[in-house]
Design a protein around this ligand. Structure first.
Ligand code: NAP
Length: 277
């Protein structure tokens, strides 16, 4: 079984160790490599990977959007995200899916963090935010606010998801905002998710007011990191009881992709515990 992960940079990727752990649970003979693939060569590269016996690929930055161009079939959640994090050769056709949102929801449930009927603040409106918002909405939250440094991108994200969600999507449930949250005075959030890329570099500063954590039960940074990110530190300083990084989501989105590729549903417990999640 030939699988792999593509992106640029790719050296940091934990996908090979995660998928090898899953394969060992079922004694599967699996090869999972990481491949440095750039945007301009990506479609040709994917074509030849599948022509030479490849079964599936995880897709990471900056290829998540461009890979949709080669897909014969795209899942609704990948259409909503306008991005895919996995490709799968099924009956000779390339299928594209986005398992990030399901990965996050599974992780939140494992951590006993409520979504249903909750007020959720998402910081950021890039690819990761697009991937998670549709899955969070399926869990019937009270409200999801997407707050972004560039307001226009939050407005676009909300409009795009509302369009695909159809008329049943109430605009009071999914709302855009700037990062200053000027339009939301005195609102408190049950769950705050950092979907910005600010944590990826120590030089970047996430300028949010610590008061966003007033009354917050849980905070999660999608970035996975051994040390607390500045977002996580701020949440802890504001006495948020449950504060996590994105390791759990990473493992769970991988588990969903693995199930689709192989037909085996892996146990994620060992990997989650190995990071204290
Ligand atoms: P992206 O598409 O490049 O989007 C970046 C977002 O971050 C944009 O909304 C940008 O705002 C915002 N941003 C960047 N620097 C900022 C700063 N200093 N202050 C405030 N906002 C800032 O990136 P992405 O793919 O969405 O990834 C976002 C994060 O999710 C990364 O940390 C990534 O590692 C993580 N992620 C984790 C998983 C997982 O499985 N755990 C999966 C996917 C992604 P502007 O629009 O104003 O530029």
């Amino acid at each position: 079984m030939k699988l792999g992960v593509i992106g640029s940079p790719i050296e940091h990727s934990k996908s090979p160790e995660i998928h090898t752990n899953f394969a060992n649970q079922f004694d599967l003979d699996l090869v999972f490599d990481k491949y440095l693939v750039n945007k301009d060569e990506c479609l040709e590269w994917i074509k030849s990977f599948f022509e030479s016996g490849g079964l599936g690929l995880s897709v990471t930055l900056p290829l998540k959007e461009v890979v949709l161009e080669i897909a014969d079939d795209i899942s609704l959640r990948a259409k909503q995200a306008a991005a895919a994090n996995m490709l799968f050769l099924n009956n000779g056709k390339i299928y594209a899916d986005c398992t990030d949102g399901l990965g996050l929801v599974t992780d939140l449930k494992t951590k006993e963090i409520d979504i249903s009927d909750q007020k959720i603040l998402i910081l950021g409106a890039g690819g990761a935010a697009k991937g998670i918002v549709p899955s969070l909405l399926k869990e019937n939250p009270n409200q999801v606010i997407v707050a972004n440094r560039t307001l226009e991108k939050a407005v676009q994200l909300v409009a795009q998801i509302q369009e695909l969600g159809g008329s049943q999507m109430k605009s009071s449930i999914l709302m855009p905002s700037s990062l200053t949250l000027d339009n939301l005075e005195n609102t408190s959030f049950d769950l705050v998710i950092n979907a910005t890329s600010a944590s990826t570099s120590p030089d970047q500063n996430l300028e949010v007011d610590p008061s966003i954590f007033k009354g917050t039960a849980a905070a999660l940074d999608l970035y996975y990191s051994q040390a607390d990110t500045s977002f996580m530190k701020m949440a802890k300083e504001q006495s948020v009881a449950k504060v996590y990084d994105g390791w759990g989501m990473l493992v769970e989105q991988a588990a969903e992709s693995f199930s689709q590729w192989t037909g085996f549903k892996p146990d994620t417990k060992g990997l989650l515990e190995s990071r204290g999640a």
